[in-house]
Design a protein around this ligand. Sequence first.
Ligand SMILES: [Fe+2]
Length: 179
Amino acid sequence: MSEMFEHEADEGTVVRILNEILAHELAGAIRYTQYSLRVFGLDRNALIAWLQAQANESLLHAQEVGERINDLAGEMTLALDALPDDQPRSTEDILRRSLEHERAAVAGYRALLRAVEGRSLVLEEFARQMVASEVTHLNEVGKMLRTTSTPDLDRRPSPPLGSIPIDAGGDHPFEGVPQ
Ligand SMILES: [Fe+2]
């Protein structure tokens, strides 16, 4: 058993999960870089900066995950997750793809956490930090995709313009309120 574990753990499983996350993070660095080169429109500059920051963060995560494999003296596969070969159609499409990518990252770190929980303080701490970081990131992308401050309203179809009566007659907001 490696020095990284205080209690018996399936090291092969942990290394396999770390390799899967590594492949995902490396692909993320490429995907975000590609997306940053495909952004057009009014918010272009802000989005380019944001996407470049995500690419850098994915690369940093990949480096950290790779070092955890080295800590375990595990075999590194150097694989790369498949990259979509179709172009994103819009900024919203880019954000939806980012959301999908981040959801998979959260699932990967959660799988790591389950494999090391109670067995390695160092790896457990690492997995928890990464879950927190990726969930925060996922929430950010979710907020960027929202158009109102109330997520439920985003899912309701808007009433057609002009269909909302200005004065519904008798529909006074205080009607029926006990004095
Ligand atoms: Fe990440």
